[in-house]
Design a protein around this ligand. Structure first.
Ligand code: FAD
Length: 292
């Protein structure tokens, strides 16, 4: 199912993200975790492509398995910056063959090796190049892209970031998923600015439940997200008690989702990080709102 169909519905929908194993030997345990999340019947599941240290080779295996076994719509991520045209074309054919209708077109992070390499030799420089490639393929994909309420770290300023975002949408992105954020006001402010810039596609806020104190530094480093005092106090109070921190982190994420829905956002994506218990708890916290 194309996600555009889901976005037409007028109720809260929750989707979850999973990532492929970091090493081959973990494939079965990751597959099991993703299946446990699929059993919750989220509105869709996204499978990352080599992000956070996961390998890219299992993205399609996991996405196809979830779709076939649990009838959950899937969104396969694909990055382009370190790839050749041939590799990307082959991947597009594989996605088509797997019957996956939704693709998240990403540039991918610039590793130090890439940064040091000769950019004139790169075939893909930005996610927009992949969006165009996907549009040119003969598949009728629903294409998504990433966006950054707190600005992409490489952007000089928000105006420039939004200008390129508009170009990406105009090239064929039908929805945008946000980087994680911990203060909903940042999202509302971002929404106002992008709507003003003429970006009208659905925006899916990405919510990261922080369930242990070690995750905080990693999350900030990865995303550059602002940590509101309310969240810092929670980490100070519960950070040394794993069970309490997990409960507080899930409650914080749930609260963010309720506030988003109360303010007109219908589709929320949860960075569930291969943790079925966290996904299940958030879903059960929202059961009456979701009607599940
Ligand atoms: P782009 O859209 O290309 O933007 C990157 C930077 O370039 C921005 O500063 C932008 O303003 C600028 N820019 C864009 N177009 C142009 C242009 N034409 N000219 C000049 N500047 C331009 N990484 C993975 O490796 N695998 C994943 O599965 C993955 N999933 C993600 C999912 C989400 C929702 C998000 C938010 C990020 C994800 N990432 C993933 C991380 C992502 O690859 C990085 O954030 C990367 O640095 C940027 O990717 P992008 O697609 O946003 O790039």
């Amino acid at each position: 199912m194309k996600l555009t169909k889901l976005f037409e519905e007028d109720k809260l929908s929750l989707s979850f993200e999973v990532f492929p194993p970091k090493v081959d030997t973990n494939f079965e345990s990751v597959k099991h975790a993703t299946e446990e999340i699929a059993k919750l019947h989220p509105s869709f599941m996204s499978v990352t492509y080599g992000a956070g240290g996961g390998t890219s080779k299992y993205t399609l295996d996991i996405a196809e398995n979830i779709k076939k076994m649990y009838d959950v719509p899937t969104l396969a991520h694909l990055t382009c910056v370190s790839s050749t045209k041939e590799t990307v074309h082959a991947k597009i054919e594989e996605i088509k063959a797997a019957g996956i209708a939704n693709v998240m077109a990403l540039r991918g992070d610039l590793t130090p090796e890439l940064e040091a390499s000769d950019r004139s030799k790169w075939h893909y420089h930005h996610a927009i190049d992949l969006v165009r490639e996907l549009k040119e393929s003969n598949a009728d994909f629903c294409i998504g892209g990433a966006c950054y309420p707190e600005i992409h770290p490489e952007s000089a300023n928000q105006k420039e970031d939004i200008k390129y975002l508009k170009e990406k949408v105009d090239a064929g992105c039908e929805f945008l998923t946000t980087q994680m954020f911990f203060d909903n006001n940042l999202l509302y402010n971002f929404l106002y600015k992008i709507r003003e810039a003429g970006i009208t596609v659905p925006i899916i806020p990405g919510i990261m439940p922080i369930t242990n104190a070690n995750q905080v530094d990693r999350a900030i480093k990865l995303s550059g997200s602002f940590m509101p005092q309310r969240f810092k106090s929670l980490v100070d109070k519960f950070g040394s008690d794993p069970a309490a921190m997990k409960q507080a982190g899930i409650a914080y994420a749930t609260d963010q989702i309720i506030d988003l829905y109360a303010n007109g956002i219908k589709n929320v994506h949860v960075y569930s990080m291969n943790k079925p218990d966290v996904a299940a708890k958030i879903q059960s916290n929202l059961s009456d709102i979701l009607g599940k």
